[in-house]
Design a protein around this ligand. Structure first.
Ligand SMILES: N[C@@H](CCC(=O)N[C@@H](CS)C(=O)NCC(=O)O)C(=O)O
Length: 98
């Protein structure tokens, strides 16, 4: 699976925490080891100044991350939904991170 994030999964002082980190932590807790792809950029700049987010745009029609793309091709956009997905889909057996 692939997790698209902004500049990383670091902590931030933002209330509620850094959404990309929260999503990554929830997936790890559920036993997944997602490939993290940093897409950098800044949504405020608009599409033309965010070439690195084109994959996210193609998947979701918008610039925001985090976005999860599962091995089945399911696309889950937004940290709340990714956290819910992780709770509903714990990794098992061969899927589990070592
Ligand atoms: N409510 C969203 C907020 C996500 C969010 O703030 N994402 C930031 C990166 S951490 C973002 O994409 N900001 C706009 C941008 O940088 O393009 C969520 O929880 O997923």
């Amino acid at each position: 699976m692939k997790l698209y994030v902004c500049w990383g999964t670091f902590r931030s002082p933002r209330p509620g925490g850094h959404p990309c980190r929260n999503a990554h932590e929830a997936l790890k807790q559920a036993g997944w080891n997602p490939e993290v792809e940093k897409v950098y950029g800044l949504g405020l700049l608009g599409d033309s100044l965010n070439p690195t987010r084109s994959k996210v745009r193609n998947l979701t029609g918008q610039n925001w991350v985090p976005v999860l793309e599962t091995d089945d091709g399911e696309v889950v956009s937004g940290s709340d939904k990714i956290i819910r997905w992780a709770r509903d889909n714990p990794a098992s057996g061969a899927d589990r991170a070592a």
